[in-house]
Design a protein around this ligand. Structure first.
Ligand code: PA5
Length: 328
């Protein structure tokens, strides 16, 4: 997994070279995908100013069926049943389709029906292919006039990623310090609405999948209206067994910054605020990717502390296998 994570920069540079398929100008897109693939949609939605919505489930949301929206299916394997079911619903509704995948049924259908398609290199774990998947999504959205992210932004993010992943980088040291403070604790990843939100979600899922470790994510300001209350009843457990990390971005806004400070003060009696991680770089793509890379590094450090191999995802595979044996 260390080797796969080290290819983040190369993946973004690969995406910078993609020819942008030219399509009609669209005003909204629905991205359908699960897990390590679906998160590319959340990143794209945070980066685009046009409406990009993300669907993670079977079929299509009720609003989409007759909306005329385009559907962009993202599945690294190309065989994820929820994503294929969304594709079937979109085909049945006559919606415009496109795909990002490395193979499987999705690749077959996309090729045979001539959809706009980005075929990403295979052989990785889906969650380790986010540079390819996000790059593919950005390229297709660009062709529809929904994303304006181009090669310069992708190359800048690639360069930043390389520097963060350098063996002697301060980021690696920060990640291992943070992981050491989180050792033995369930991890809450806090962020704020906007650019930081998908990064918080990605931290949570990377900690789950790479370290096989419980984690959740929540966002400001919403968590100030519910989760802030949750620390008193079980504080004899949570004080020592939960660690909170806050992801920050310079554009989070003054009110959010005040909320981070005051929320920490209010919760501090009962739960441990372990640290904060600031996004790096100038451009939104650099900043969101820098947070994601830090989350990858922390998740790998936690895996090392737990003594587990980050790569296998046996429970996910067992689930998929058992579901395949169920009558549909
Ligand atoms: O990280 C993983 O392996 C999972 O979260 C997968 O991404 C998820 O099960 C969906 O599979 P795919 O990405 O192949 O569509």
């Amino acid at each position: 997994m260390q080797r796969m994570v080290a290819t983040w920069g190369a993946q973004l540079r690969w995406a910078a070279l993609l020819a942008q398929p030219q399509g009609p100008s669209l005003d909204q897109v629905l991205i359908c995908g699960m897990g390590g693939s679906g998160i590319s949609g959340d990143f794209a939605a945070a980066l685009c100013s046009a409406p990009v919505r993300v669907h993670k489930g079977y079929g299509l949301p009720a609003w989409a069926a007759n909306s005329g929206t385009a559907v962009l299916a993202v599945s690294y394997s190309g065989n994820t049943e929820e994503t294929l079911s969304a594709v079937e619903a979109a085909r049945a509704g006559g919606l415009r389709l496109a795909a990002v995948t490395s193979g499987g049924r999705l690749l077959e259908v996309a090729r045979s029906e001539g959809w706009p398609l980005v075929e990403v290199p295979g052989g990785l774990q889906p969650r380790a292919a986010l540079g390819y998947l996000l790059g593919g999504v950005i390229s297709l959205l660009g062709g529809w006039g929904i994303s304006s992210i181009g090669p310069n932004e992708l190359n800048a993010a690639a360069a930043l990623t390389d520097s963060l992943l350098d063996k002697a980088s301060a980021a690696r040291l920060d990640a291992s310090r943070l992981a050491a403070s989180l050792d033995g604790r369930m991890v809450g990843v806090y962020g704020s609405e906007g650019l930081v939100a998908p990064a918080a979600q990605r931290w949570k899922t990377q900690i789950n999948e790479n370290a096989k470790w419980p984690a959740w994510w929540a966002l400001l300001p919403e968590l100030d209206h519910n989760e802030v209350l949750s620390w008193s009843s079980l504080s004899h457990i949570t004080r020592d067994k939960v660690g909170l990390v806050v992801l920050r971005d310079r554009d989070e806004g003054a009110r959010v910054a005040a909320r981070v400070r005051i929320t920490a003060e209010v919760m501090d009696r009962d739960v441990n605020w372990v640290g904060e991680v600031w996004s790096q770089g100038e451009l939104p793509l650099e900043r969101i990717v820098s947070l994601a890379v830090m989350g990858d590094l922390v998740s790998l450090e936690l895996a090392r502390l737990a003594g587990v191999d980050p790569v296998p995802v046996e429970a996910i595979e067992e689930l998929k296998q058992k579901l395949a044996e169920e009558p549909s």
